[in-house]
Design a protein around this ligand. Sequence first.
Ligand code: KG4
Ligand code: ZN
Length: 354
Amino acid sequence: MVVLGIETSCDETAAAVVEETGDNGRPWRVRSSVVASQTDVHRAWGGVVPELSARQHVRDICGVVERALSDADLDRYDAIAVTQGPGLIGSLLVGVAFAKALAWAKSVPLIPVHHLAGHIESLVLGGGEMPLPAIVLVVSGGHTSLYRIETPGAYELLGRTRDDAAGEAFDKVAKLLGLAYPGGPAIERVAAQGDDRAIPLPKTRLTHVDRNAPHLPGRRDFSFSGVKTSVLRHVAARRVAIGLEPDAPLPSQHVSDIAASFQRVVVETLLDRLFEAARAYGAGSVGLAGGVSANSRLREEAAARGSVEGVPVFIPDLALSTDNAAMIAAAGLRRYRAGAVGALDVNADPALAM
Ligand code: KG4
Ligand code: ZN
């Protein structure tokens, strides 16, 4: 079976063709994956502008899908998987409307996919099926959510951010430091020259044990607004201390030290939670997916902790960490096999539940 995947939930127009291999270790093969990034459209605004994003998807989607089909070098596909949500409504609508029209024209089934289910399947695309139970942390610009997977395709939420997503915190702190959008890669770049212990920043731990089920490990939520505010306060105090004019940039060594300290605290917070949950549930493997999993410090420390704890760590290839459509096609294949085919009246849902 061959699935065409389409993803337009945020600022990437993506299409991919994924083929089922029937192989137990690596169930799917990526035949093609095309991503048109809108970073250049949004950079001048310092973040994603929803209306501009939707319009750019309209411009790019035909070319991106055509390219994915020609790169795949296959003359047919058996189904179309599309991101139904969550995401920006105008952007989602472009992908969903396009996928519906194409599914109707080609008489193939349409499979609506949850964006985070896609990120989770990016782990399987790269590394094969995860030993279960698996604990997976999806860390992106819009989400920081921890899941337990006992059965492939079924995700139990163990915790999530109560305020900013980790990627959003990277983006906001970058802006505050005068770094260009997108913030995650910019912070990573300057942090390489910084001292990660230079600035004391708080690590927030939110744990909630259910009174009705005290034997269970309880919820593990995240919060990144505290560390973001600490950076803000630190920058303001620093500017006064060194007598900077209001518009003058911070000295680059300060920027690097703050970036490195912030990155360390976020990485440690994420991994503490992930591995705590892995221990609590006796995980057979852990995974990190979503745009922030492109961060090299996070990748390296996750691998190091995994070997200390003796639990295999799954992290997607860099190209599959950030938004792409191969992960949507893979999640679509899994849903199709579970009998979840959508009708042509399916609609985009910006707040779709998993
Ligand atoms: O998964 P993604 O491409 O889109 C969403 O679904 O949100 O994630 C984008 C997020 C952005 O916040 C971006 O700053 C962050 O991932 N990101 C990174 C890195 N690369 C992308 N954060 C930290 N380090 C990186 N290298
Ligand atoms: Zn994403």
